[in-house]
Ligand binder design. Structure first.
Ligand code: SF4
Ligand code: ZN
Ligand code: ZN
Length: 328
């Protein structure tokens, strides 16, 4: 984790400039340029250690927040080093008032500046409802409903585009909190979400990559600020941090303060406990053809209940139109 250096004169460990960041786990003080380079190099070095030589064409899921937009910034700067030949940004506009408006604007602005091909789709155009409207029709908690929709739409978009992988902006702190919460509540680490590469099934389930796997949230904040990555500062009004997650975060923060580098060492140990296996027992939803552990996928099931008909096939065909439009 890195902290800004303010108000005191400290020299950069790599040049004569004033340092702006103290990278505690690496015992470095870095100026603006060297901090950005340091973080970008870490992402590239991590990606090079992953078994992803076959990934040439990728979809980058962009929420509009600092994490995914900083990643987009890093990837577009270091595309060649990462081995990507083609990258497509993807944003799902959930229709959550100012939060969604600002998120969408931030995504469009960054993609325009970085000349990144970008697909933006509206949940309302896809389903006839935005997220707040859908929430009125179900008792499901907002993030659970939103997560299910996003997972479905992002995977379907990746499948329709035929990309080799979907790149997600989850960082070290997110992943650790998820794994430890799972351990404390369910008794397992939540295997698939814990691996940096979750292999999919061609034409059905996209391979997912987490390139920020070993990147601290504080480093991303600093990077976004120093590199002027324009992201939405707006917080989703449905965001709720539960007590267990908040407690885990506090505990990890204290351990990191006491032993800089603790979180990276921990995630490396936890990953070793997880066997990365191809998804087991997956079928094709008999309505929409997307992956499912049952005959009908959770998305078709949910939309049948709250909208009167399963929306999977319609959404897939709308996303297919987007994919075809992009290729022409
Ligand atoms: Fe969706 Fe919850 Fe994130 Fe809001 S906080 S965008 S509802 S997952
Ligand atoms: Zn420097
Ligand atoms: Zn389905």
């Amino acid at each position: 984790m890195s902290k800004p250096i303010e108000g005191v004169r400290v020299k950069c460990s790599r040049c004569e400039q004033q340092a702006v960041a103290r990278v505690r786990y690496a015992k470095l003080n870095l100026c603006e340029q060297h901090f950005a380079e340091y973080l970008e190099n870490r992402v590239v070095a991590f990606a090079k250690r992953l078994p992803i030589k076959d990934v040439k064409k990728a979809l980058l899921a962009l929420s509009g927040g600092k994490d995914s937009l900083s990643l987009a910034y890093i990837i577009s700067k270091r595309k060649k080093d990462l081995g990507f030949e083609s990258l497509i940004g993807f944003h799902l506009d959930l229709g959550i008032g100012d939060y969604s408006r600002n998120s969408r604007l931030a995504v469009e602005k960054l993609c325009h500046e970085k000349e990144l091909t970008c697909i933006v789709v509206d949940l309302k155009t896809l389903t006839g409802y935005n997220l707040p409207e859908l929430l009125l029709k179900t008792k499901r908690p907002p993030c659970s409903l939103c997560g299910l929709i996003k997972r479905y739409v992002i995977n379907a978009m990746s499948v329709e585009l035929g990309v080799d992988a979907t790149v997600l902006g989850h960082h070290l702190d997110d992943i650790l909190v998820f794994a430890l919460k799972n351990l404390l509540t369910v008794g397992t680490l939540g295997d698939v979400k814990l691996t940096p590469v979750a292999r999919g099934i061609p034409g059905l389930l996209s391979t997912r990559l987490k390139l920020l796997y070993e990147v601290y949230e504080d480093d991303l904040k600093l990077y976004a600020g120093l590199s002027r990555v324009d992201h939405t500062a707006e917080r989703c009004p449905y965001k709720h941090v539960d007590f267990i997650s908040a407690s885990i975060r506090d505990m990890l923060e204290n351990l990191e303060k006491h032993s800089p580098g603790y979180k990276i060492a921990l995630i490396r140990k936890l990953t070793k406990q997880v066997v990365e296996e191809p998804p087991q027992g997956l079928k094709q939803c008999k309505i929409c053809g997307m992956p499912s552990s049952r005959d009908v996928c959770a998305f078709c099931n949910l939309t049948a209940k709250i909208m009167g008909k399963p929306m999977g096939p319609e959404i897939r065909s709308k996303l297919r139109e987007q994919a075809i439009a992009l290729h022409h």
